[in-house]
Design a protein around this ligand. Structure first.
Ligand SMILES: [Fe+2]
Length: 488
C-alpha cells in the first residue's frame, strides 16, 4: 500500500510478550573468538551455524505481530577444531538505515495501516512497507540470503555484512518467501511468493548456479492469502493454502490487514515441478506455519500419494481475530492423493510443538527423524518460550524428549557428520537462553542420543534472543577461525 503518505502522528510504542524475557531484542553487534565451552565440541563439527530472527533495532511502534515484525539479526557461531567464535549483525535494509539515522523507529508493524510520510523518511521511502528479512537465512547458488516473509531477500557477505536486496538478476523482482526448499539431489531451490495483486501466488526454481527461472502463476487462486512455508517432493511443490487472506479494504479502514475466514476451508496445491497443471486437494480448515518434509509414497495401489508431515494449528495464533490463546501445534501427517484430490490427516503426536526440522539431506525423500521445539506443559517464567526439544521417529511413532528446567530453547538444525550419511552420526544445534540470568548458549546435541541433552554448550558473549530459523553451513567462508576478534 502506498496511499498514506501524509504526515500523521507516529503510533504509540508496541507491547508484546515477544519483546520481553528471552525474546527481548539486543542492539550490540559483536565478534568474539575463543568462546568458553562446557563439555567438548566434536572435532569433526566444522562450519557455521547461522540463525535469523526478529530483533527490532528500536522500540517498535504501532502493532508488533510476532513472528512477522522486527528487524532481522543474523547470529553466527563458527566451529572448528573444538573452538568457537560468534558474531551477529543486523540486516541493514533501507528502512533500517533510515531509522538508524533518525535514532528511532519510523515504520509501524507490517499489519498496521500506518506508513511513514515523506517528512519522516524522505520521498523514496515515503508510504512504503519496509523490508523484513528477519525470518530465515539460507545459502544457495553462491548467495547467502536473509529471507523475508514474501518480499525480496537481502544478500549477506561472508562476515554477515548486508550487501543489499537481491532480485535474482531481475527475474524475481517481488522476491520469495522465507522457506524455499533445496532439492539435495538436483541442487535446485524451489521457491514461491504471494502477492496482493494478481497473480496472487507464483512459484519458480532457482538453478544450482543461482540462475532463477521466471515465476509461474499458480492457477486457481482468486484471492491474496498468506502461505508461510512449502514442502518439496521429487515431482511436486506442496503448498498448503489456508483461509488467511489479505484484506486491503479492512486495513485502510484501520483494521487488520489479515482476515481469517475458517468457513472457507484449507486447500493443498500439488504443483508439478515439470510445469504441468496444478492439482488442488480440498479439506476442512486448518492452519500450518511449518512443514517438516514431504515425499511421494511408493504405493501404486493408493495412487502414489504425497505424504506431508507438518505442524498443524486450528488457526493462526496471533493473526486470527477472536483467538484468546496461542493454541497448540500438533505434528500431523497429511496423505494427499493427487488423482482423487483428497487429503487424509492423522495427528502423529500429542505434544505441543513447532519448528519441525529434519536432516536436510533427506528433503523430498522419506525422513527418519523430525526434530521439534515445544512445550513440556510445566509453568515457566516466560509462557511464550519453549522449554523442550523433541525428536519424533515416524517409523516407530516414538518421541525422545529433552527438557531443561532453566533454558528457553529455539529451533533445532541438523549438522551432519562430514564422513557419514547416517543422520544419527551428526548433531543437532540450537540457541538457548537461561530464563533467569538471560545468558545464552549454543547447544550441541548428539543425534544418536538426543535425550541425553547437550554434549557441549558454548557460552555466547551476548544474549541471543529467541528467534526463528537457521541453517548449518559446513563450509561457510566465514567458518575460518582466527584468534583476532573482540567487541567492536
Ligand atoms: Fe517460518
Amino acid at each position: 500500500m502506498t496511499t498514506t503518505h501524509a504526515a500523521r502522528p507516529i503510533p504509540e510504542p508496541a507491547a508484546s510478550p515477544y519483546l520481553t524475557g528471552p525474546y527481548t531484542p539486543v542492539d550490540a553487534e559483536v565478534d568474539v573468538a575463543g568462546l568458553e565451552t562446557v563439555g567438548e565440541l566434536p572435532p569433526e563439527l566444522e562450519g557455521s551455524y547461522l540463525r535469523n530472527g526478529p530483533n527490532p533495532r528500536f522500540s517498535p511502534i504501532g502493532r508488533f505481530v510476532y513472528p512477522l515484525d522486527g528487524d532481522g539479526m543474523v547470529h553466527e557461531v563458527q566451529l572448528a577444531g573444538g573452538r568457537a567464535r560468534y558474531r551477529n549483525r543486523f540486516v541493514r535494509t533501507p528502512a533500517l538505515l533510515t531509522e538508524e539515522a533518525a535514532g528511532q523507529a519510523l515504520w509501524a508493524g507490517i499489519t498496521d495501516a500506518y506508513r511513514p510520510g515523506e517528512d519522516l523518511v524522505g520521498p523514496a521511502l515515503a508510504g512504503t512497507v519496509r523490508d523484513l528479512p528477519d525470518v530465515n537465512v539460507v545459502r544457495h547458488g553462491g548467495r547467502l540470503l536473509a529471507l523475508a516473509e514474501s518480499k525480496r531477500p537481502f544478500r549477506l557477505g561472508p562476515c554477515l555484512e548486508t550487501l543489499g536486496p537481491d532480485t535474482f538478476g531481475g527475474n524475481l523482482p517481488a522476491g520469495i518467501t522465507a522457506h524455499p526448499k533445496i532439492d539435495p539431489r538436483t541442487g535446485e531451490m524451489a521457491v514461491f511468493c504471494y502477492h496482493l495483486t494478481p497473480p496472487f501466488l507464483t512459484w519458480t526454481v532457482i538453478r544450482p548456479d543461482g540462475t532463477a527461472l521466471r515465476p509461474t502463476p499458480v492457477e486457481g487462486v482468486d484471492r491474496p492469502g498468506l502461505v508461510h512455508d512449502m514442502a518439496l517432493t521429487e515431482h511436486y511443490l506442496v503448498l498448503v493454502t489456508a483461509p488467511l487472506f489479505f484484506d486491503l479494504g479492512q486495513a485502510l479502514a484501520g483494521g487488520s490487514l489479515l482476515s481469517w475466514e475458517p468457513d472457507r476451508g484449507t486447500r493443498v496445491a500439488l504443483i508439478p515441478r515439470d510445469g504441468g497443471p496444478v492439482r488442488w486437494c480440498a479439506d476442512d480448515t486448518f492452519w500450518t506455519w511449518h512443514s517438516a518434509n514431504a515425499y511421494e509414497a511408493d504405493d501404486p495401489g493408493a495412487g502414489n500419494p504425497v505424504v506431508l508431515d507438518y505442524v498443524q494449528w486450528d488457526a493462526p495464533a496471533g493473526l486470527a481475530p477472536g483467538r484468546t490463546g496461542p493454541g497448540a501445534g500438533r505434528l500431523t501427517r497429511a496423505t494427499i492423493d493427487p488423482a482423487a484430490g483428497t487429503v487424509r490427516r492423522e495427528q502423529l503426536s500429542d505434544d505441543d510443538v513447532e519448528f519441525p526440522r529434519i536432516d536436510d539431506r533427506a528433503l523430498t525423500r522419506r525422513h527418519p527423524t523430525i526434530a521439534l521445539t515445544g512445550d513440556s506443559g510445566r509453568p515457566r517464567l516466560h509462557p511464550e518460550a519453549a522449554d523442550t526439544l523433541f525428536w519424533f521417529d515416524p517409523r516407530t511413532g516414538a518421541t525422545t524428549r529433552w527438557t531443561s528446567p532453566d533454558l528457553a530453547v529455539g529451533e533445532l538444525a541438523h549438522a551432519p557428520h562430514p564422513d557419514s550419511d547416517d543422520p544419527d552420526d551428526g548433531w543437532w544445534l540450537t540457541f538457548a537462553t537461561h530464563r533467569a540470568t538471560g545468558g545464552s548458549w549454543l547447544l550441541v546435541i548428539p543425534a544418536a542420543d538426543p535425550g541425553a541433552g547437550p554434549q557441549a554448550r558454548v557460552r555466547m558473549p551476548v544474549r541471543v534472543p529467541l528467534g526463528l530459523h537457521g541453517t548449518w553451513l559446513p563450509d561457510h567462508p566465514g567458518s575460518r577461525l582466527t584468534t583476532t576478534g573482540g567487541t567492536p
